[in-house]
Design a protein around this ligand. Structure first.
Ligand SMILES: Nc1nc2c(ncn2[C@@H]2O[C@H](COP(=O)(O)OP(=O)(O)OP(=O)(O)O)[C@@H](O)[C@H]2O)c(=O)[nH]1
Ligand SMILES: [Mg+2]
Ligand SMILES: [Zn+2]
Length: 346
């Protein structure tokens, strides 16, 4: 893990948060124990975690009953942190209709993590098959955000795809289309879409079919709007951009899973401005740039930093045109920031 130096105030904030978390866990435990004592809990059954709200989670039985019903559940204190997409074991609370208790969590097949505002690594969603990075002409893509997401996806071993939304605005932003094509050449599936004109609807449907996808990207790019276009019957909040800054308003505040009736699921997630990568190693960063992989380990010096060293396989590939100079620059930029903790908040 990267070295971090925390100020006294930051340390105090982290301790305070940990204290609050411990208090919350104790309260949850008291509630779950009280339920155990009344003996009014149903048998253990499988469930899927749909959403997380403060102290409670929303759980859906597996297999899914006809008509999608969910239960609000407390979580036993010995259960690890739960996130949207987690498979759980839970019990119904017969005394309080619609409520229950989560008693265990199944191991995760995959997890997408990101550092929170205090520099602590937090899972965002679990058991994800595909990370869909959404960009748009407005808000303008934050520099390096696409590459940071792709590196995070490669490191987590989750396939990534790119969606360029708001294609109706593209005539005034031709460079974005070129950028999308560039990532397509690297091997990432790409789709252009517009929730305004319904452009790309079929391409999106086939991209999302039969898997669990999480939509990520800056606030206001239209993640929720895309889900609403695919699932018009769902009740999903969509927020306008700020008139003044043309940025999103952080409308979606927590991750939520939506089923696709024909198979598969979509996880909506809150927009973030930046995606810190300090939790990964330099080696993971290098191989997070897929087109670098054939050259890794082929530099003359084993500890080559790919800076001024002679016989650098990566730099040679850049000068031959096999690696795009922009991606190489982005790699160097991100490497510089690996040891910095993003304390600015998301
Ligand atoms: N022009 C245009 N605007 C769109 C399109 N899709 C979404 N928008 C608008 O973009 C704004 C933000 O949409 P949301 O779907 O709330 O964005 P989000 O990515 O979910 O944002 P957060 O939940 O804050 O992360 C809304 O005003 C939408 O109407 C599109 O295809 N074209
Ligand atoms: Mg949203
Ligand atoms: Zn090198």
């Amino acid at each position: 893990m990267a070295k971090r130096r925390l100020t006294r105030q930051q340390k105090w904030r982290i301790e305070k948060i940990q204290q609050e978390r411990a208090d919350r866990a104790r309260r949850r435990e008291a509630r779950a124990e009280a339920l155990d004592e009344t003996g009014d809990l149903g048998p253990e059954q499988k469930g899927l975690l749909i959403a997380h709200f403060g102290q409670q989670v929303e759980v859906e039985p597996v297999p899914r009953p006809a008509g999608s019903t969910t239960w609000r559940c407390f979580v036993r204190a010995n259960v690890d942190t739960l996130v949207t997409g987690d498979e759980v074991i839970w019990r119904e609370d017969h005394q309080h209709p619609g409520q229950g208790v989560v008693v265990a969590r199944a191991p995760r097949r995959s997890e997408l993590c990101r550092p929170d505002a205090y520099g602590q690594l937090k899972p965002v969603a679990a058991n994800i098959d595909q990370i869909v990075v959404v960009i748009a002409a407005e808000p303008e893509p934050f520099p390096l955000l696409i590459d940071r997401y792709l590196v995070a996806a490669e490191t987590a071993g989750i396939p990534a795809t790119l969606v360029l939304n708001k294609s109706d605005l593209l005539p005034s932003h031709p460079e974005l289309q070129r950028r999308l094509a560039f990532y397509g050449e690297l091997g990432y599936p790409t789709v252009m879409a517009s929730t305004l004109t319904q452009d790309g609807l079929e391409a999106l449907r086939s991209l999302m079919a039969d898997k669990t996808s999480v939509l990520v990207g800056q606030s206001g790019v239209g993640k929720s709007s895309l889900i609403k276009m695919l699932l018009p019957d769902e009740d999903i909040r969509i927020g306008g951009l700020s008139e003044h800054t043309r940025k999103g308003r952080h409308t979606t505040t927590s991750a939520r899973l939506f089923h696709i009736p024909s198979g598969g699921a979509l996880v909506d997630s809150p927009g973030i401005r930046d995606f810190g990568l300090w939790h990964i190693t330099e080696q993971e960063l290098e191989s997070g740039f897929v087109e670098f992989r054939p050259y890794l380990g082929h530099c003359r010096f084993r500890d080559c930093r790919h800076e001024q060293e002679p016989g650098c396989a990566l730099r040679d590939a850049v000068s031959r045109g096999d690696i795009h100079p922009d991606r190489f620059d982005n790699f160097l930029h991100i490497r510089q920031t690996l040891s910095e903790v993003d304390m600015r908040g998301n």
